[in-house]
Design a protein around this ligand. Structure first.
Ligand code: FMN
Length: 447
């Protein structure tokens, strides 16, 4: 069968453009109204998307006066979205730095049961420096320490999800026997950071465990993804860097003795679509004009871990010396690399840079006709830059609707995208294998 694309809808605010919340075509619903998320997931399901995705941050942004940077807690939202949908995959972000593994294993295990096997976990270490102030106040862990901790964390939650054999529950009312005690076992994990006895207080989940999604693209992040991820979100402003990332991550995955096709690489794409190129550009310009460079300046500072950019004039060309060296950044390191390489390549003014980042925070932004968007998707897909895309509509729901109505049929006609769901789980949509239960093998190793 012809290789097919995977499409994830990244739901974020009223759209990914920084000024989307002010645009007349973005949703009139409050961002605290669950119907907003349920409705978007239903629209994406009607468009046959593989999945939807919710990001998460653990502190309020310092630009809330000019931008709606609040959101509902994603695990809670997904439970409500699961009840309002039946096929589409549901991915939520949860932090390895600020969540106990037992809590996370229960929450995502429960979601996998509630959704009948449609859940994915976006494994993040949380880059936002101010989050640390809300969790004990001991300051942010370094980039390296966060990933080291995440490594142990994944071992704990995997063991918890494997602590019940598939056949542990009998539920025999007549015989009075609910579960087989020999098919449930503690994990007795004692590591450097975590001590967890287990077992989980929840039977094995429909997918064995949630699909592992990862979104770190630094060297350390890539190695982590190569070991654990089954899908990877990544930000690129150029096809060439997406191709280099793709080749590197597939090679690192093979070096970990994993099949490269079992890690789907999904770069972000934020398409502004018009019936003509001129109309798409006009829409993009109209949205850009609603954005405020001072919001962008604050966000840039956040990406660089709080670095002060307030002295930089808006209209002189930037140079790399205006920024800290990415390897010294303990926050969103790989995104700072994306930004620095743009500065080296194009020498934009700060105003121009902030304009570019306002579109989709450093992901690929494109304005064009449905045909042009489909061409771009096909080109990245066939040229070794992507296995599919993390679709980030600049305006929600309007640009999602145009994408579903106009771009998806073109991709289907080219044989690049499904015309119906073949399975019911996220693993099936993504074409991923079922994780083997380590219950029996791990028991043997211990004996
Ligand atoms: C599409 C996408 C979504 C992300 N979502 C989150 C998120 O919700 N919360 C978070 O803390 N980091 C998020 N990140 C950031 C990464 O998980 C990672 O922490 C960050 O890129 C820094 O790690 P790195 O230097 O290895 O890339 C996201 C990244 C991408 C590309």
């Amino acid at each position: 069968m012809q290789r097919q694309l995977h499409l994830n809808l990244f739901i974020h605010g009223r759209g990914h453009h920084e000024a989307s919340w002010r645009h007349p075509t973005s949703s009139p619903l409050a961002l605290t109204d669950i119907r907003y998320y349920q409705d978007l997931a239903q629209r994406a399901e009607a468009g046959l998307f593989d999945s939807i995705f919710l990001a998460d941050q653990l502190a309020l942004g310092n630009d809330v006066s000019q931008a709606p940077r609040t959101w509902l807690e994603p695990v809670t939202v997904l439970a409500a979205v699961a009840a309002a949908t039946s096929r589409i995959g549901l991915i939520a972000t949860c932090s390895t730095t600020y969540t106990e593994p037992f809590n996370l294993a229960r929450q995502f295990g429960s979601l996998d049961h509630i959704s009948n096997g449609r859940v994915g976990w976006n494994i993040v270490t949380s880059w936002l420096a101010t989050a640390a102030d809300n969790y004990g106040g001991a300051g942010q862990l370094s980039h390296a320490d966060r990933y080291a901790r995440a490594e142990e964390y994944v071992a704990v939650v995997k063991a918890l999800w494997d602590s019940w054999a598939e056949d542990a529950v009998i539920d025999d009312r007549a015989g009075g026997s609910y579960a087989r005690p020999d098919r449930i076992r503690p994990i007795n994990f004692k590591g450097e950071h975590y001590q967890v006895a287990g077992p989980l207080n929840l039977p094995r989940t429909p997918q064995g465990r949630p699909v592992f999604v990862q979104a770190g693209s630094s060297d350390t992040g890539r190695r982590f993804a190569a070991r654990h991820a089954e899908a990877v979100f990544t930000a690129h402003l150029e096809k060439a860097t997406a191709q280099a990332f793709y080749a590197d991550l597939k090679a690192l995955t093979a070096a970990e003795d994993r099949a490269p096709e079992q890690v789907l690489i999904l770069p972000g794409l934020s398409p502004m679509i018009g019936s003509t190129e001129a109309e798409a550009r006009r829409l993009a310009r109209e949205t850009d004009e609603l954005s405020d460079p001072e919001v962008g300046r604050k966000r840039l500072s956040g990406r660089f871990g709080g670095h002060d950019f307030s002295h930089l004039p808006l209209d002189r060309p930037l140079s790399p010396e205006d920024f800290p060296e990415p390897s010294s950044v303990e926050a969103a390191r790989s995104r700072t690399e994306v930004i620095l390489s743009l500065v080296r390549r194009e020498k934009p003014t700060l105003r121009q840079l902030l304009g570019t980042l306002a579109g989709a925070r450093g992901h690929f932004v494109f304005a064009g006709t449905p045909e042009q968007v489909a061409d771009l998707i096909e080109e990245w897909f066939t040229d070794g830059a992507a296995d599919g895309f993390n679709i980030m509509p600049p305006l929600l729901p309007s640009m999602l609707d145009v994408f579903s109505a106009e771009v998806i049929p073109l991709l289907q006609r080219r044989g690049l995208f499904r015309t119906a769901y073949a399975g019911t789980t996220l693993r099936e949509h993504y074409g991923l294998p079922w994780p083997k239960s380590a219950f029996d093998t791990a028991a043997l190793e211990r004996a």
